[in-house]
Design a protein. Structure first.
Length: 691
């Protein structure tokens, strides 16, 4: 790391200084931050007022990031398990003892079959350096199993790429000029705050805001209209909008002809979805479908902010494909304030091969483990189709015991005494409790990183603000040390964090010196990227009938009335599990000030459903199905629609009333596209807990 940009010398410690940083969390906003350090300690974390999308504001969670970094329960020395798995009984050991033993254990397993070793990571940090750089090099060189990182967004991401050729879309700033904004599958106030500020600016200028969501969220409260459809029916609604656009000639025929391929087949399919059929499937009225189609056809420019909540069902990929076609049908892309934004990450020219070095596989083709089925996979024995039994897990940037679906199986898998588990962490999470070793990792305030975004088009840098607390080390350094002990002597394992950061982007795309000086750099992109087509597909057209995918269609839920009527009869309530407003997945759950605001694990249930079950506000309830059960407190509210309950998550299991959380009842069946989990495609029953 360049000493001029690292921790400043002692003469600066008495005064205060500002360090440029970036929020590392799994959020589309990827805020630019300014960190104030005084006397070697962080005293303030705030948004960068000069960054065009952050505008000086941070969410309540990240504004308390210093509280998280200085949390009294930080893991600051390596820990070795001395009690039963899950008991949380550990003893502190030295780094040398931990790393020597870990390397010896991994070496012995790799001698039998390196595929028996599985990395497990996701978006605990979105950084390109502390995420998948040195870690990926280590596992590629080892020949470990590959990980299919599907747990959040792969259904929507692969569907968007199939349609547009990449994860690309509008510039978020241009929503301020839109006249109609459909906020589809997103509680923007809680999970995309800076987009919400832009949407509010559009609203002040006269734009109409429509929220499409099964939950009456805080965002729905603030929009002009809320369409509270049933979970998993978004594709049917998109087909119904197309039906009305066709019937009333709301189409931009020129744009369709010149910039799409495959429309005739989808046109025939959409004509089978009149508003009455859509209303019956979605739980809406036919008039609501007609009115939305009319608004979308007649309002210019019209924009869709699509988010990942709606793709966490069996048909989520097809639904994203259908919605992504809509802006092409009305020519919304002709305007810079028209079109769609699900993800902007495909605009960033990241040099992933340089960072991750897949060439270190040297021709080997390890199996791939889907992180969303880790419960089943940990319980799987060796077989010709599966490969070797998983003997070792190295977990970093994730908390699978809390966040992976069907947690009864996940817990059983992590409880295996013959499974060697290493966890890189800040705290003793649910997953850390099952580790053989817990290694203390640095937080964002203690290491260097560079970031892209999936919600805007600015690259950012995060400079270390303080020296690592205790004996914490960056992920990169931990994997460097393991590589050395494994005898990996390739020069790439000696790359510093700064060298990795410089490798992330080609100089002509993002100049590192400029990035370091300003803290962020705007990508050079067209204002209206698809005004004249030019999608990043081979033909430059939007692919409606995408190769390998066919014509998109409505795909009903795994656990819905069309697919599983007997299951619905036994478990009449559909359940979704949107994030609690003051947590980010399982991150921040242990920050007391935020947990105090959130209160306790809640289940939102409609008054009619509560009354039918004798459930009152604030009473303890049992949520259950054939997979498991968990207890939480009932909130009787019209935020839930009749027939649907909202299990707000994701609480650490150990902080729940009975040591479980909402994933006790989710399942491991996957989406139609992207091999992703179906967290919002679940049936349950709810009963009052006596006493």
């Amino acid at each position: 790391m360049d000493s001029a940009n690292a921790i400043e010398s002692a003469k600066d410690q008495a005064g205060s200084r500002i360090v440029r940083a970036a929020c590392p969390h799994d959020c589309p906003d990827t805020c630019a931050m300014r960190v104030t350090v005084q006397g070697g300690r962080v005293v303030k974390v705030q948004g960068d007022p000069e960054h065009p999308t952050t505008h000086g504001a941070l969410c309540q969670k990240v504004s308390r990031y210093a509280e998280r970094t200085y949390h009294p329960e930080r893991v600051l020395r390596p820990r070795k398990r001395i009690g039963p798995k899950g008991s949380g009984r550990f003893v502190e050991v030295s780094w040398d003892e931990a790393l020597d033993d870990i390397a010896a254990r991994l070496r012995a397993i790799a001698a039998r079959d390196p595929q028996a070793i599985v990395p497990y990571s996701y978006a605990g940090t979105m950084g390109l350096v502390q995420g998948e750089s040195m870690a990926a090099r280590f596992f590629h060189r080892l020949g470990a199993s590959l990980l299919d990182r599907t747990i959040c967004a792969s259904a929507g991401s692969e569907a968007l790429a199939a349609t547009y050729g990449g994860k690309v879309g509008m510039h978020v700033e241009h929503f301020a000029e839109s006249r109609l904004i459909l906020i589809w599958g997103s509680n923007s106030i809680a999970s995309n705050l800076h987009f919400w500020s832009i949407a509010q600016e559009a609203k002040r200028r006269g734009a109409k805001l429509v929220c499409i969501d099964p939950r009456r969220s805080e965002t729905a409260d603030k929009c002009h209209q809320h369409l509270q459809l049933l979970p998993g029916t978004d594709g049917a609604l998109a087909l119904g909008l197309m039906h009305e656009l066709i019937r009333h000639d709301g189409l931009d025929h020129d744009y369709i002809e010149r910039h799409t391929e495959g429309w005739p087949a989808l046109r025939e399919r959409a004509l089978q979805w009149p508003p009455e059929r859509v209303a019956a499937v979605c739980g809406l009225t036919a008039d609501e479908v007609r009115a939305l189609a009319r608004d979308y056809a007649l309002t210019r420019p019209a924009a869709i902010r699509l988010n990942y909540g709606m793709q966490r069902v069996r048909g989520g990929g097809n639904a994203v494909r259908l919605i992504a076609v809509l802006p092409c049908l009305v020519g919304a892309w002709r305007h810079r304030a028209g079109g769609l934004l699900l993800s902007s990450s495909g605009w960033f020219p990241v040099q992933r091969a340089a960072l991750q070095r897949p060439d270190l596989l040297a021709g080997r083709r390890p199996r791939t483990i889907n992180m969303s089925t880790i419960g089943d996979d940990l319980l799987q024995g060796p077989s010709p189709s599966f490969g070797p039994r998983i003997e070792a897990l190295v977990v970093y940037n994730s908390n699978p015991v809390a966040v992976a679906p069907e947690s009864p199986k996940v817990v059983r898998g992590f409880s295996r005494e013959d499974l060697f588990t290493v966890v890189l962490e800040h705290f003793m999470t649910d997953t850390a409790d099952y580790a053989d070793y817990v290694l203390p990792a640095t937080t964002q305030l203690e290491h260097l990183d560079v970031h892209t975004s999936y919600g805007h088009t600015y690259a950012l840098i995060n400079e270390p603000a303080i020296a690592p607390l205790g004996e914490a080390r960056p992920n990169t350094e931990i994997f460097r040390q393991l590589a050395a002990r494994m005898g990996f002597d390739e020069p790439c394992f000696a790359d510093s964090d700064e060298a990795l950061a410089r490798q992330a982007f080609a100089r002509e795309d993002v100049d590192f010196a400029q990035l370091r000086e300003a803290g962020w750099v705007k990508l050079a992109l067209p204002q209206a990227p698809f005004a004249e087509g030019g999608f990043p597909t081979p033909s430059g057209r939007c692919r409606i009938d995408a190769p390998g995918f066919g014509v998109p269609d409505y795909v009903p839920n795994h656990e819905g009335p069309e697919s599983a009527p007997e299951l619905v009869a036994r478990y009449p309530l559909a359940m979704i599990s949107p994030p609690a407003r003051n947590f980010l997945n399982s991150t921040f759950v242990n920050v007391k000030s935020l947990r105090d605001i959130e209160g306790q694990p809640l289940l939102e249930i409609h008054p009619h459903d509560a009354a039918a079950r004798g459930i009152g506000e604030g009473e303890m309830v049992r949520v259950y199905n054939d997979r498991g059960e968990y207890r939480c407190v009932a909130r009787v509210t019209e935020r839930a629609r009749p027939g649907v309950v909202n299990g707000l998550g994701i609480w650490w299991r150990k902080l729940g009333p009975d040591g479980t959380n909402v994933n006790e009842v989710t399942h491991q069946r996957l989406t139609d596209i992207g091999r992703a989990p179906c967290f919002y495609d679940v049936r349950v029953e709810v009963s009052r807990v006596a006493g």
